[in-house]
Design a protein around this ligand. Sequence first.
Ligand code: ZN
Length: 193
Amino acid sequence: MPFLPYQPGWIEVITGPMFSGKSEELIRRVKRVLIAGQKVRVFKPRLDDRYDASDVVSHDGERVRAEPVADSAELRSRLEGEKPQVVAVDEAQFFDDGLPGLLEELASQGIRVIVAGLDQDFRGEPFGIMPTLLAKAEFVEKLSAVCVRCGRAATRTQRLVNGKPARYDEPVILVGASEAYEPRCRACHEVPR
Ligand code: ZN
């Protein structure tokens, strides 16, 4: 990984299904950056506040909080007049089309960009801007989880609505329904049409 003599500035993507440890891997990388005394900014989409309690990365009193932003335009404005050595973005699949171009600009300015996000949605389809980021990245790490059905490597996220596999065209927001997600392998992943 990026310890080779390499032109400063690149994009590295951490991807895989839910429960594969993407955020943990992002935090691990950010911690090592802090140990090296580098300046880092961490961002996440504002819609996601699941990790609010645990998204503070600290080392020797140095604390970094993931800053929630509404979209790539807000992320851009937060970095105005600043040039950290590292920019990290978690839950990147929820960002708009402007993110890949912005991250490419940052990388071209010599910034190390670390991105984590789901590669597939619950249907197993490529998720939003992630395919573009995966194509543009210098380095990609694809993590897997453990299939809750068979124990094989889980590469997909199973969505359950009221305990049943969500249909392909199931709306993303379901008022009053109980929803759950679990990691499954290709063979055990179910998406009824
Ligand atoms: Zn399985």
